[in-house]
Design a protein around this ligand. Sequence first.
Ligand SMILES: Nc1ncnc2c1ncn2[C@@H]1O[C@H](COP(=O)(O)OP(=O)(O)OP(=O)(O)O)[C@@H](O)[C@H]1O
Length: 467
Amino acid sequence: MSEDFNKYPCLSSKEVRYKVLNHINDILYSMGQTIKASAMAKEAKNVLSERNIIVSEKNLLLQRQLNRDQQIAYNTIMNRVFSNKPGAFFIDGPGGTGKTFLYRVLLATVRHQGFVALATTSFGVATSLLPGGRTAHSRFKLPIEIDGNFSCNISKQSSLASLIRDAKLIVWDEISMAKKEMIEALDFLLKDLMETNILFGGKIIVFSGDFRQTLPVIRGGKREDFVSASLLCSNIWNELEKLQLFKDMRAKIDLAFCQYLMRIGHGKEKINSQGKIEIPRSFIIPFTDEKDSLNILFKVVYPNLYTSASNILFITSHTILTTKNDFVDEINDMLIMQSPSNIKVYIVVDETLDPKDQSEYEDFMHTLNPPRLPPYKLCLKKHCPIILLRNLNFSMGLCNGTRLTCDDFKSHIISAIISNGDFKDTNVFIPRIPLLTSQDEKIPFQFKRTQFSICLCYAMTINKVKH
Ligand SMILES: Nc1ncnc2c1ncn2[C@@H]1O[C@H](COP(=O)(O)OP(=O)(O)OP(=O)(O)O)[C@@H](O)[C@H]1O
């Protein structure tokens, strides 16, 4: 890895050493492993940086822009924060009504007064929209796999526990995508840390999300499974104080489309004789055959890809949304070939956890394409759009879902430029790391795939693009 970094003339040997150590640290973290001392040092560093988040003037000034509903919600929450009374809130508002905007103002106000405010979200990339944001999984050490063990992995004596105890405000954005067991685990943790039976340990906690948009993902599940896995079906739901946001702040951009989405969300859009909503003709590319229709779609979304492939603004402001990972892969494979640059191919190294199984499963592993792992053959070109599949480093904006464009390729690192969130335009290095398959895959054994934790994102699933 150091040889790769050495090829960058701008880096001194000290910087190379720092970058290599940093990447090793991230690799250990992404594998869920810890060297105790390094983990404790990392935690202490995280806690310290959380206590010292600098509030930008821009975020402080946003308070003046709050609309009427946002202002009412803001006043209600702030009154509770500064009167030291408990409060567990849910901000209910359809997409675009400014829930995240309100969070930014709440966080800025509390932090500006010198208090701790913890910002969390259900998905990695959403963290880049909230200053100091982390995934709830990472902040509260929530269990990733739901196997009957719902307790958070935080010792009561740790610096993290003391940070959580001190927090004046906790926010959790995109709660509609979290499984209810996770929220119940947080309730249990906070009651335990605060040594009380009051909901969420008496902390001021603010959830928000939109259940009309995306619900928790249950593999192979149906609508009722998604609903019953969500917060709506937890006993906690009825105990939350609801605050409503009504005004669509995004509607300025495309009012008719926003109204159409709102009618669907409220179940008011008219349905046809088969009980289905009809999509307006102007949104549809007529189907002739798969190849021709896809080509028309590509021309509509990425016109002149051959000549515009190096136009980063163009590449990162377009995407094709689809419902399934399989379609995503198919479309991405076609579009990367339309870009004119030289292709760089990275083949994975797959290893079974038990070395005895390696020879038996080697070929089979290469055919598998589990959702949170990169493909067997990763084909990239300069300026192509990619998306991170794992959280690598929150403090550098490298989270699951961060979008980037490729800049340069070496054998063990890729140089790339972040294209969304607070770290937009930052140049970063992505390491090639071992990634474990999740235990809930429908694969009879677990294996380790060594590759860059990225995939192409000319096309993405709707869940992935939520932010
Ligand atoms: N009071 C406001 N003044 C100006 N712009 C605002 C205000 N509130 C929200 N916005 C803008 O409106 C857009 C939508 O806001 P935001 O992303 O906070 O909505 P949201 O409810 O979190 O949406 P979603 O549910 O889709 O995540 C953003 O561009 C945001 O900056």
